[in-house]
Design a protein around this ligand. Structure first.
Ligand code: 13P
Length: 257
């Protein structure tokens, strides 16, 4: 762990009604009050943003949307623009592998979203990561580095950016990458950021690991020099488990601070 403030973000994906989200968010807000040295973010579906943002008001917990359009308004049925998130979210997850895969979002589309999110004063949580096929071919590094470069075209605000490295084969499978595997790629991601943003800016950008993270395996991930927290899927849907992940991270942070 470094001097960068760690981030634990929960991606609820297509789960929780507004009422369930409100209950979950309240429990997380209550449970993480004693961990102010960790940035805690929850990401409900669009329909839950309003109730969840009210539920966490005045707490340590910030709210992220799971997606957004790069367009400002108009004939885009089913989409939501950055201005519609005003007052509801401080962060937006973009380029999640489920959107890249199921909705055919290209790096170019993701880059346009990153620019729109920053222009609206919010922080993108940019997801990148190699598929199982690319992993099998041997060396995923170049694929991840080029995905990063191409998903950041047009971005110039390096202070408002979080990266999440989520190897697709580790998402929802229970088979997390090893902390060493994740560190190796995340170290490469930081090198790529050095080229894009310069060494000083790159040293401040938080890079998270995502893929089958839980309270039993979080410790060794956040112990790695370049890993600044986690983007958590399934385990973020249970308040106790998610709070434990935050607590483990806070404990390690206190030890090294
Ligand atoms: P899991 O933690 O369920 O593997 O999901 C990871 C993820 O996709 C977070 O965005």
């Amino acid at each position: 762990m470094s001097s960068r403030k760690p981030v634990i973000a929960g991606n609820w994906k297509m789960n929780t009604t507004p009422a369930e989200g409100q209950t979950l968010a309240k429990a997380i807000a209550d449970g993480t009050r004693e961990s102010p040295n960790v940035e805690v973010i929850v990401s409900p579906p669009f329909t839950g943003l309003s109730d969840v943002s009210q539920a966490v008001a005045g707490s340590n917990v910030q709210v992220s949307a799971q997606n957004v359009s790069s367009e400002q308004s108009g004939a885009f049925t089913g989409d939501v623009s950055v201005s519609m998130l005003e007052g509801l979210a401080s962060h937006v997850i973009i380029g999640h592998s489920e959107r890249r895969g199921l909705s055919c979002e290209t790096d170019g589309v993701v880059a346009a979203k990153a620019v729109a999110v920053q222009a609206a004063g919010m922080t993108p949580i940019l997801c990148i990561g190699e598929t199982e096929d690319i992993r099998k071919l041997g060396n995923p590094v170049e694929s991840v580095r080029s995905q990063l470069r191409d998903s950041l075209v047009g971005v110039s605000d390096w202070e408002s950016l979080i990266i999440a490295y989520e190897p697709v084969w580790a998402i929802g499978t229970g088979a997390a990458a090893s902390p060493q595997q994740a560190q190796a790629i995340i170290g490469e991601i930081r090198q790529e950021l050095e080229q894009l943003a310069g060494p000083e800016a790159a040293s401040k950008i938080r890079i998270l690991y995502g893929g089958s993270v839980n309270s039993n395996n979080i410790g060794p991930f956040v112990d790695q020099p370049d890993i600044d927290g986690a983007l958590v899927g399934g385990a973020s849907l249970q308040a106790d488990e998610f709070v434990r992940i935050v607590e483990m991270t806070a404990r390690l942070e206190n030890k090294t601070a």
